[in-house]
Design a binder for this molecule. Structure first.
Ligand SMILES: [Zn+2]
Length: 314
């Protein structure tokens, strides 16, 4: 309530001469002129200008003067409408404005549930999602010590970075700012994180891997270890993956060895021949879209993810 009281005090001490006080009792007459002392003789005042907005709803505050000397003190007597009557808007009805940290575009009056949806396109200018903007927030915070929009970040071409199959919406501005390359599993410039040439080791100030590691078909520990090797000393990784806050790490296809997809009857199956020759067929596959290997092969748990990253040396 500090701001509320400061605002009220400002009004009461006459610094905002354009405002008018209204007595709570309609029979009470307010002295005209600048006789401020008489105003404070009222024990209850409506200050129509004192408005607060908890939960997005405007409330008019009714204050009571409790002390006039040496300083004016007030108590909050009533909020109109009462706070209890305020029902927070459900997320789908709440709306916010934000500036996109990728394209710099101003977005006004956007549904909160769209903005906070990890994958939904919520910037009306570049189509970025919360995940994309979060990657850029983490990246710029690490490089510049504070979160910056790519449109206002100073270029540093000596910083080398690489990404894996990421969104061109930020890959293109990143390539203008840094010595940066977006790589792909299925096309050039190619990077297979399980088979990284030694010439790539120790080359990068930063790596971005956004929703890729849940698709690496085998040996996820090796993938993390290779990323650690690719980084220069002091380099960093911006990583996003789907994960569970609790529970155990899950590998959906733990024995992948010689495998291929078979499509028949409108369905896709995964055929695998394990190292010891056992044949396996999986159905109910989950793909996350996009090109390359997009089969969802594991669900990390928070604790497993931290252990893997620590073991990799990142
Ligand atoms: Zn944008």
């Amino acid at each position: 309530m500090r701001n509320l009281f400061n605002r009220a005090l400002k009004l009461m001490t006459g610094k905002s001469q354009h405002h008018q006080f209204v007595a709570s009792n309609p029979n009470t007459t307010i002295p005209s002129g600048n006789n401020r002392q008489s105003w404070f003789e009222l024990d209850r005042l409506h200050l129509p200008e004192v408005l607060i907005k908890p939960n997005g709803t405007t409330h008019r505050a009714v204050l009571r003067v409790t002390e006039t000397s040496p300083n004016y003190r007030f108590e909050l007597e009533q909020l109109d409408p009462p706070l209890e009557a305020t029902v927070p808007q459900p997320p789908e009805k709440q709306r916010l404005s934000f500036c996109c940290n990728i394209c710099g575009g101003n977005n006004t009056d956007i549904a909160l549930n769209l903005i906070t949806d990890r994958e939904a396109s919520s910037c009306t200018h570049c189509g970025s999602s919360l995940r994309m903007r979060s990657v850029i927030q983490a990246l710029t915070s690490e490089i510049y010590g504070k979160s910056l929009a790519l449109t206002s970040a100073p270029a540093n071409r000596s910083l080398r970075g690489a990404d894996m199959s990421d969104w061109t919406g930020y890959a293109e501005p990143l390539a203008k700012l840094f010595g940066y390359q977006n790589t792909f599993y299925h096309q050039k410039p190619r990077l297979d994180i399980l088979n990284v040439p030694e010439s790539e080791f120790g080359q990068y100030d930063f790596l971005i891997s956004s929703d890729v590691m849940e698709h690496v078909p085998t040996d996820i520990d090796k993938a993390f270890a290779n990323m650690a090797k690719m980084l220069k000393p002091g380099g960093f990784l911006v990583l996003t993956v789907p994960y569970k806050p609790d529970g155990e790490h899950e590998e959906f296809y733990p024995d992948l060895h010689e495998y291929r997809f078979i499509s028949t009857g409108g369905k896709t199956f995964l055929y695998n021949r394990t190292k010891n020759g056992t044949e396996q067929i999986y159905d109910n596959l989950v793909f996350h879209g996009g090109d390359g290997f997009t089969l969802f092969v594991r669900m990390f748990s928070e604790s497993s993810l931290i252990k893997m990253l620590e073991a990799s040396g990142i």
